[in-house]
Design a protein around this ligand. Structure first.
Ligand code: ATP
Ligand code: MG
Length: 327
């Protein structure tokens, strides 16, 4: 089986974008692959975060992985900082990463938001750590959302460059797996921006743990337009985003959806979307609260995951050290 690796940062509440762009695809394809899914807490400290919040977010995210359907029969689940090899490899790879390559990363520019002198260097080096996460496990496929396309290109470039320098296939060159639908879920309030955990506007996203009342409120407030036509239209990003969410959740085609809502208003469509969201999230939330009520079991799963992946990571790291001349 081919190796799959991916991760989510425990920076806040997991939202619909993370679910439709990443997690849901991991779950749907898990039986086909040899999967490793990580909670990337080392990435979460690239911007200031409260320690207690980071610790609880990490457990919550692990519980959500399982609640969404990740099954330990197919997947190894672990916390990034529990496997030291990630941090160690990251230093070595940063010595093989041209600054010009990192200067081109658009996520750094938008997250630094103009504070280039005061932002910590971890944010700048984030893509190197991400590359190491993937390369340590000789990964074939990395299922992610569209926003990670550039970081995945960098990961491939770093792997190829390293292999070329030492004239040995030390790293498997991984491929990003970005699905057509749901790869870029937009903010509900500013539909030209992607939905993000770190957006300060709480109404911009549906969290997987939102209750039905909150979902209803957020969808009803979501930005649309005055045309009142329930159709997919790039010129109208608000309604198109809501329709895309509906499309991924129902599995219906764009034509089928447009036909079903022809002549109907946004109110009627939003009611149908709210209904879908509530029925999708209800079972996930139920399992989530069960898991959170039994933290020792959850910690056990994460410990076992880390114990299982550590030797895999160590094998790659040792090879890297050997070819570089370290150790
Ligand atoms: P942050 O704002 O802290 O960066 P985030 O919402 O971007 O949080 P990440 O942990 O960075 O979430 O990303 C986890 C996964 O979710 C990645 O695979 C990413 O591509 C995917 N993802 C994030 N936002 C979206 C979105 N709006 N639509 C689809 N996929 C997304
Ligand atoms: Mg992100």
């Amino acid at each position: 089986k081919k190796r799959v690796f991916s991760g989510i940062q425990p920076t806040g509440n997991i939202h619909l974008g993370n679910y439709l762009g990443a997690l849901r695809n991991w779950v749907n394809a898990q039986a086909e692959y040899d999967n490793i899914f990580c909670i990337v807490d080392l990435h979460a400290i690239t911007l200031p975060i409260d320690p207690v919040e980071l610790h609880t977010n990490t457990r919550k995210l692990a519980a959500l992985y399982i609640a969404c359907g990740l099954d330990t029969r197919y997947c190894k689940l672990f916390i990034q900082s529990h496997v030291r090899e990630h941090a160690e490899m990251s230093w070595i790879m940063s010595c093989f990463t041209p600054m010009g390559w990192l200067n081109r990363m658009t996520q750094f520019k938008s997250k630094a938001a103009g504070n280039l002198d005061s932002v910590d260097t971890g944010l700048y080096c984030y893509p190197v750590l991400m590359a190491c996460d993937v390369l340590l496990y000789q990964t074939h496929y990395v299922p992610v959302g569209d926003d990670q396309r550039q970081h995945m290109e960098l990961t491939r470039d770093l792997a190829q460059r390293f292999n070329a320098i030492y004239k040995r296939p030390v790293f498997t060159v991984p491929e990003a797996q970005i699905r057509e639908e749901g790869a870029r879920i937009m903010s509900l309030t500013e539909p030209t921006k992607k939905m993000s955990k770190s957006d300060t506007d709480l109404n911009s996203r549906i969290n997987l743990l939102d209750d039905p009342k909150t979902i209803k409120k957020k969808i009803n407030r979501a930005t649309t337009d005055s045309l009142r036509l329930v159709t997919f239209d790039p010129e109208r990003p608000g309604i198109t985003n809501l329709l895309t969410i509906y499309q991924v959740l129902t599995g219906e085609s764009q034509q089928e959806i447009e036909a079903a809502f022809a002549g109907k208003g946004y109110g009627e469509f939003k009611a149908a979307l709210i209904d879908r969201l509530v029925t999708t999230l209800e079972p996930i939330q139920k399992r989530y609260y069960e898991l959170m009520n039994d933290l020792p079991t959850l910690e056990g799963i994460l410990k076992q995951g880390a114990d299982e992946v550590r030797p895999l990571a160590a094998t790659t790291l040792n090879q890297v050290k050997e070819v570089v001349g370290l150790g």
